[in-house]
Design a protein around this ligand. Sequence first.
Ligand SMILES: CC(C)(COP(=O)(O)OP(=O)(O)OC[C@H]1O[C@@H](n2cnc3c(N)ncnc32)[C@H](O)[C@@H]1OP(=O)(O)O)[C@@H](O)C(=O)NCCC(=O)NCCS
Length: 166
Amino acid sequence: MTIKIRKTRISDAKAIHKLINNKNVIKELSGYPFPCPLSKIKKDISKGLDDWKKKKAYTFTILADKKIVGQVFLENPSKDNGRYEVGYFIGKQFWNKGIATKSVKEVVKFGFKELGLYKIWGDNDSDNRASGKVMKNTGFKLEGRLKKHCKKEGKFIDVLIWGKLK
Ligand SMILES: CC(C)(COP(=O)(O)OP(=O)(O)OC[C@H]1O[C@@H](n2cnc3c(N)ncnc32)[C@H](O)[C@@H]1OP(=O)(O)O)[C@@H](O)C(=O)NCCC(=O)NCCS
């Protein structure tokens, strides 16, 4: 399978909406209602394009054999734009094929080589073990554990912090 990432386009909205509008995916992402209206995705994509120009975030669409399967982001920059947070999701039907791992590797390359970043970091809820595995597999080091940091479906969850230095 060939995995590619490219800047997200407005025309990706319908495909991205189909992937994201799934309970298993959306429960791991902050800021999305379920069900999620298509209009929210369209709004996010146009904000993403604006953010790209302003260096506030870089939003990529993930293609597996040319089919849209998810998104990967660099967002929440530090003041000096030298550190960004990584984020990602893959449509449920495409899980466990190594797609997130390959895509995060690509976005890390972009961050260090094209943007000249000194650090990329990310976090995952401790019950989202697949996401932690993606960061571990792409060379992120576990930097910390925030105890009972968020409440998910009525249960307190620890959050793990991962970092990768240039
Ligand atoms: C997390 C997510 C992006 C992973 O995508 P993916 O393409 O399936 O990831 P990969 O196939 O590259 O790797 C998944 C790894 O997790 C492991 N894994 C999968 N489910 C697991 C589970 N329940 N427990 C432990 N490990 C698990 C896989 O074995 C694999 O590790 P390996 O390569 O060492 O065997 C995907 O599950 C997703 O989109 N989830 C919802 C959104 C989300 O959680 N985003 C991240 C928020 S922090």
